[in-house]
Design a protein around this ligand. Structure first.
Ligand code: ZN
Length: 156
């Protein structure tokens, strides 16, 4: 039997308006972890064509409602968990791909290009050769740095 590609799924998403006085905190993200990530997407569940074509490994995904800038603490806490779950997944195996599910317009207090910052840290774990696809909202911001970290960017 042919080996199926192993693809991890990770992502943080918040459409931020920096004009809001409110701040988006970690509790607003309601993250899904591990198998809960796979359960969210019918098209990668076992029994579906994509689900059977690859070995999908959920790390942490979290999409919150649009709101004010995300607190630095929330971003660092959720990012750290993504990275530690990626390290666990990649300890015994090589990943073939990473699906980086973002919105693209998230702002974090004190950081300008947060999707790039997070993906750069993911790259430090998975290496430069793993295929990374980023799915984003049509009006997400794509910096040159973010584009250089990804192999495929698409909007949903
Ligand atoms: Zn949007």
């Amino acid at each position: 039997m042919m080996r199926r590609p192993v693809i991890a799924v990770a992502g943080l998403a918040c459409e931020t308006s920096t004009f809001f006085a409110s701040r988006t905190r970690a509790a607003a993200f309601q993250p899904r972890r591990g198998d809960e990530v796979i359960e969210k997407y019918a098209f990668i569940q076992p029994g579906s064509i994509l689900g059977e074509s690859a070995d999908w490994r959920g790390t942490l995904i979290s999409h919150t409602l649009p709101g004010g800038a995300v607190t630095r603490d929330a971003f660092e806490t959720l990012s750290a968990e993504i990275l530690s779950r990626l390290r666990e997944i990649t300890a015994p195996i090589m990943l073939d791909g990473l699906w980086f599910g973002i919105h693209g317009a998230m702002c974090v207090q004190g950081l300008d290009d947060v999707e790039y910052e997070l993906l750069k840290c993911c790259r430090e774990v998975i290496g430069p050769d793993v295929l990374v696809s980023a799915s984003m909202d049509p009006h997400g911001n794509v910096s040159r740095e973010l584009a250089h970290q990804t192999d495929l960017i698409t909007c949903y």
